[in-house]
Ligand binder design. Structure first.
Ligand code: ATP
Ligand code: MG
Length: 551
């Protein structure tokens, strides 16, 4: 169930409402503008959600636009993953490419030249940045700043016509080298780059810079409110300058919101890319990273991610949220949706010596006690079952109520069993437990003559599904000592913990992305990459809140 209450009133909505009520605007159009240089992560879920929800509040729409103005970094793999990830969260049919506007952007740059508001600079990138000044000192004018309109026009055309080497010239906006806002000190708006572009091939060797391109893209599409994260606040005067001086008919308004940060979660694209390229994780969809595809593979649902984002509200400050808050929302989402079954992750064989050989009983059990409409499942029970290794202790510690010699426990949904004997290997490790069962104690039979203190889960010894279970912990260790270390030097050696065990027989057809609650272990998702050809691999999404509760 969606809970958008923390989203219903916020400063962006107020601005939009005023724009509609005052008659300034007739509709609301927002956009999500990813640069295809990596996979999207949960921070982007926030940006996608904010844009979509705000537009939807006014019956408006959101464009998905690839900000593909930088040909060096873009890759088809990223484009495809971004399309898939966005669609998984919100349906969209408005797909746009910034590169479709290259002609118009060029024409607008020429307009600036004609107006005396742009010039070709022959200085190197280093020279330009060394003369930019500081927060307290103004910048220094370029010696090329006062080139004539005609000369600038010719040089820029030659730049476009491949007459100059990469790095030898740029086009700069002519604003003010003494502006207190460094972004306004004659920013570079076009640079030369001899690189194939995935969309325009080798048509162009000059490409627009982000601060010039982005406001034009928004204006061309008629975006009414250009919502972005806080680090763009100081770029807003330049955004407005470009829209105004390029004489765009639409006047989009940039509004910044706070970024989402989560404890123990890597959200920097640079670090995510490093992890993937150095093969420190199993690709961009490794279940331990918070890319959308990693979270999906781990077992997160769009509903859980959106509800999580809703719960963080919309404000103008960057917010650090506990990882546990994210976990809360997937538990909430799966509580009534996921079938509940038993899985044994570290099997220990139990032989019920007084149970007839070759007999199988099919127990009938609800699929989800809290959601009776899900119906029932059949669980086979016979002479041999598996229990968890830590549900047995040969010498019990105080207050241990599970199985130990002489003690009786309930096998969940089945019978009481009492441990009578143990078999050990040559190293003294218990490899098999013998027990007897009491036919009177069948679950649901109303037996009350005796009580037991422990209930443990189990899986039948023969009719079962072997499976691999992957339990996760945070990928990196974050503390005072590790805070300045590069990501590859603070990896948690225990971030993945693999177990081999068994599932109930009724899960033999488990398919990728099937989600279950395994008694006492938590919520799991069938891994879409490794669940195939009869092999079943489950990722633990989250443990249950109180892990030793049996239902
Ligand atoms: P880069 O450092 O590569 O620019 P980016 O995170 O800004 O990375 P983009 O693809 O440019 O990636 O981002 C698309 C949109 O997502 C931008 O509007 C950006 O503001 C927003 N965004 C990125 N990270 C977060 C975050 N943690 N919380 C909220 N919004 C975010
Ligand atoms: Mg960016």
């Amino acid at each position: 169930m969606e809970d958008k209450s923390a989203f219903t009133s916020n400063f962006i909505k107020n601005i939009m409402e005023n724009d509609i009520n005052s008659g300034k605007l007739k509709e609301i159009i927002t956009r999500f503008p990813p640069e295809p240089n990596g996979y999207l992560h949960i921070g982007h879920v926030r940006a996608i959600t904010i844009n979509n929800e705000l537009a939807n509040m006014f019956g408006g729409k959101t464009n998905l636009r690839f900000d593909d103005t930088n040909p060096a970094k873009e890759e088809v793999e990223f484009v495809n993953s971004i399309k898939e990830d966005v669609k998984w969260l919100y349906p969209w049919d408005n797909l746009f490419w910034a590169s479709d506007y290259f002609d118009e952007m060029y024409n607008r740059a020429v307009l600036l030249i004609r107006k005396g508001l742009a010039y070709v600079d022959d200085q190197s990138a280093e020279q330009i940045s060394s003369k930019r000044g500081t927060l307290t000192e103004p910048g220094i004018n370029s010696p090329y700043r006062d080139r004539s309109v005609e000369e600038n026009f010719e040089l820029f055309e030659k730049m476009k016509n491949k007459a100059f080497l990469e790095g030898s010239k740029v086009l700069r906006a002519k604003i003010d080298m003494a502006d207190p806002n460094i972004n306004m000190r004659d920013p570079v708006i076009y640079r030369i780059a001899y690189r194939e572009h995935h969309n325009t091939g080798d048509k162009w060797c000059i490409y627009p810079m982000y601060d010039f391109a982005h406001p034009l893209e928004d204006a061309i599409e008629g975006i009414t409110h250009s919502l972005c994260s806080l680090e763009f606040e100081a770029h807003r005067p330049l955004y407005d300058w470009v829209v105004r001086e390029c004489e765009m008919s639409a006047k989009p308004q940039q509004i910044e919101f706070g970024k989402l940060l989560i404890t123990n979660v890597i959200l920097s694209k640079r670090n995510l890319r490093k992890l993937v390229e150095d093969k420190l994780v199993d690709g961009w969809d490794d279940p331990r990273i918070a890319t959308i595809s990693g979270l999906r593979r781990r077992g997160y649902t769009p509903e859980a991610l959106k509800n999580f984002v809703f719960s963080t509200g919309i404000s103008k400050t960057n917010g650090l949220v506990e990882y546990a808050q994210l976990e809360h929302f997937i538990r909430e989402d799966l509580k009534l949706k996921a079938p509940r079954t038993m899985a044994v992750l570290d099997p220990l064989k139990v032989v019920i010596t007084n149970y007839p050989e070759n007999q199988v009983e099919w127990l009938d059990e609800e699929i989800n006690k809290e959601a009776p409409e899900m119906g029932s499942r059949k669980i086979p029970f016979s002479r041999v079952v598996y229990i968890e290794q830590d549900d047995f202790m040969e010498v019990p510690v105080p207050k241990y109520h599970r199985l130990y010699p002489g003690n009786e426990v309930r096998l969940a949904h089945a019978y009481f069993i009492k441990c009578t004997d143990v078999l050990k290997d040559e190293f003294g490790k218990v490899i098999e437990v013998h027990a007897t069962y009491d036919p009177e104690t069948k679950s649901g039979s109303g037996f009350t003559a005796r009580k037991v203190k422990g209930t443990i889960h189990w899986v039948d010894g023969t009719l079962n599904v072997p499976a691999e279970f992957r339990l996760y912990d945070h990928l990196t260790i974050e503390n005072e000592e590790t805070k300045d270390l590069p990501v590859n030097e603070k990896l948690n050696p225990n971030s993945i913990d693999i177990h081999y065990g068994f599932l109930e027989e009724n899960m033999k057809d488990a398919k990728p992305h099937d989600k279950y609650q395994f008694t006492r272990h938590g919520y799991f998702n069938a891994d879409p990459k490794y669940t195939k050809n009869g092999k079943v691999v489950f990722n633990r999404i989250v443990p249950l809140k109180s892990s030793f509760k049996v239902e």
